[in-house]
Design a protein around this ligand. Structure first.
Ligand SMILES: Cc1cc2nc3c(=O)[nH]c(=O)nc-3n(C[C@H](O)[C@H](O)[C@H](O)COP(=O)(O)OP(=O)(O)OC[C@H]3O[C@@H](n4cnc5c(N)ncnc54)[C@H](O)[C@@H]3O)c2cc1C
Length: 560
């Protein structure tokens, strides 16, 4: 198997320089395709040539998925050019994680064969009538003799019209309850036109190249053998399998902020105002530095949570909603602030910076697609007393392997994902151990503040009662879950800095100071500013990476 660095470089080379106006997979082509509500055909062809979908197929099934953090990093090369191109492909991951989790050997082999052949599997879960409440879904698979008969509607399904197969969530028990739904893995060829009416394509504000389809099914007979996993386990399988995607999709989306920041730098370094570069104006400079710090925060949490899926998968039910909640929020806010420094340039649909207005629109679904940020807090809430109680009792140092990109990982074992973590979250527990002599002096007061904040959160958690933690939880209680995600991100940043190789940018204290200031600011009405020396260090690194075409994320890898 070709290593990840070589694969990522190869994909960057195939997709070419995004700023090159003549590149059929570059920003100009991507924006032109977006105007047509498509993705750029040349970019699609490159992804097929590269065999991108093999990145979602476990190695044991002939694919290249052996590290979730690597898959995420590779997908950033796609998302940074066109998030719609990325999401349209990552939609296959939504479907296939369910097959890898619950499918029979034959179903797993069939799904792998499709993806390895560049064919698509759509994930038909959501229904407009029920939104995030998938347990309320009505699309039915009723037993009829030795088979099943399908009835109902499914809408806003990515790539439904291009799919060769579907994973469908269907009600198999008319009575409500946790075992009312099952999943089906269905060849698209079974969708007979007589019983299946295709709905017109849904049009959207952002991610316009993602083809959102729908279908109305009226009495379609299908064989019993299409059930994915045991009858009644549909929601449970999704709850476990989607821990991968609820983490991975926002993590891939950090590349949107990379591009937004790159375009903002490109513009403000060339724009002259008041006799100097706009990038030198204090307000602009601060926004650029803060956006860089925000990107590093998002990638530190994503990296750590992705690695935790290998090392302590039992915590996935906590880390996945936390990543989705925090990363989606930070990315959306940061892109919005960068739009202000772009001035009127952000509003243009033509010219060399036109990709910016697309990013502003494309970033929004990170917050609600697949699952809403608010629903992530709802998922965390019932686990909070157990997590906080255990963290109070047992602060544990965690292995450095959780934080370093270089450390080896066992292959992912999705069968170890659990519905609840049973209070186990080694990442958050590590916060209790960070105030030792290895902590850089410049970081200590900020780290102490986060440790104190987490101790206060643990106190607040001790008095929570189960009836306060249901779907009807009051806003101040929900805020406690949001604060938990901040504690996780702080622990991730502290761990990444500590585990970095001496001499690297990540081993320096400045980015960590900035990260902890930004995270602390999430709990304040008026966030604190970055200390001047910290801002200087961030801007210096940012300009260096911009000049040398390196990624702005944790890896700082070469970009085309
Ligand atoms: C580009 C794109 C691609 C998509 N691709 C697919 C796909 O391939 N397959 C698929 O099945 N679906 C897909 N979807 C559908 C998408 O996942 C759904 O839009 C979404 O999950 C359903 O939620 P809703 O937006 O209707 O929000 P609703 O559930 O109506 O929620 C509205 C608001 O209510 C609040 N809320 C909802 N639930 C909770 C909760 N539990 N706790 C607290 N507050 C809550 C939140 O504020 C939420 O934002 C796609 C959507 C988009 C935009």
């Amino acid at each position: 198997m070709i290593d990840i660095t070589t694969r990522a470089q190869h994909l960057e080379k195939l997709l070419g320089a995004p700023w090159d106006a003549a590149n059929p997979a570059g920003f100009a082509a991507v924006v032109a395709a977006d105007e047509r509500e498509e993705t750029a055909p040349a970019a699609e062809a490159v992804l097929d040539e590269f065999g991108l979908l093999a990145e979602f197929v476990p190695r044991a099934l002939g694919g290249r998925l052996d590290r979730i953090d690597h898959m995420i990093e590779l997908m950033r090369s796609v998302y940074r050019r066109d998030p719609a191109l990325g999401l349209a492909r990552a939609g296959q991951l939504l479907a296939s994680v369910n097959v890898w989790t619950a499918g029979s050997p034959e179903q797993r082999a069939a799904a792998a064969e499709l993806l390895l052949g560049n064919r698509r599997i759509a994930c038909a879960f959501h229904e407009l009538a029920h939104g995030n409440d998938i347990a309320g879904n009505e699309f039915a698979a009723r037993r009829a003799g030795s088979g099943l008969v399908l009835h109902g509607r499914k809408e806003s399904i990515a790539n439904l019209d291009l799919a060769d197969a579907l994973v469908i969530l269907a009600r198999t028990d008319p009575a409500d309850g946790p075992r009312a739904h099952s999943q089906l893995f269905l060849p698209a060829g079974l969708l007979a036109p007589g019983q299946v009416r295709r709905l017109p394509r849904f049009r959207s504000v952002g991610m316009r190249g993602v083809r959102l389809g729908g279908m109305e099914v009226n009495g379609l007979p299908v064989p019993d053998g299409l059930l994915l996993g045991a009858p009644g386990t549909g929601v449970e399988t999704a709850s476990r399998a989607f821990q991968v995607t609820r983490l991975a999709l926002p993590a891939m989306s950090t590349a949107l902020l990379d591009t937004a920041l790159r375009v903002a730098l490109h513009h403000t370094r060339r724009r002259r105002l008041y006799g100097r570069e706009a990038a030198d104006l204090p307000m602009v400079r601060t926004t650029l530095a803060e956006a860089f710090a925000d990107l590093l925060v998002c990638e530190a949490l994503s990296r750590t949570a992705a690695r935790a899926l290998h090392l302590c998968p039992e915590s996935g039910s906590v880390h996945a909603p936390a990543v989705k909640y925090l990363v989606a929020g930070v990315l959306t806010d940061a892109v919005q602030r960068l739009a202000t420094v772009m001035g009127s340039e952000f509003y243009r649909r033509d010219g060399e910076h036109a990709v910016f207005q697309k990013i502003v629109r494309d970033v929004r679904p990170v917050g609600f697609g697949h699952i809403a940020r608010a629903a992530c807090l709802s998922a965390l809430l019932p686990q909070l007393p157990g997590l906080l109680g255990r963290a109070r009792r047992a602060p544990d140092p965690v292995p450095a392997a959780l934080f370093t990109a270089e450390a080896e990982l066992p292959e992912p074992d999705l069968s170890r994902l659990r519905l609840v973590a049973g209070g186990r979250d080694p990442l958050v527990s590590s916060l209790g151990t960070v105030l030792d002599e290895d902590l850089p002096a410049a970081v200590r007061p900020l780290a102490e503040e986060h440790v104190r904040g987490f101790a206060a959160l643990c106190e607040a958690g001790a008095v929570l009662r189960p009836r306060q933690l249901s779907i009807t939880a009051e806003v101040p209680v929900r805020e406690l879950a949001a604060r938990y995600t901040v504690a996780l991100a702080a622990a991730a940043c502290l761990g990444v800095q500590r585990a970095a190789t001496a001499g690297e940018f990540l081993a320096r204290p400045e980015w960590l100071q900035a990260a902890l200031v930004r995270l602390g600011g999430m709990e304040r009405a008026v966030p604190a500013g970055l200390p001047p020396a910290v801002e200087d260090a961030l801007i210096e690194e940012l300009l260096h990476r911009d000049d040398h075409n390196l990624s702005f994320g944790l890896t700082g890898r070469p970009y085309a």
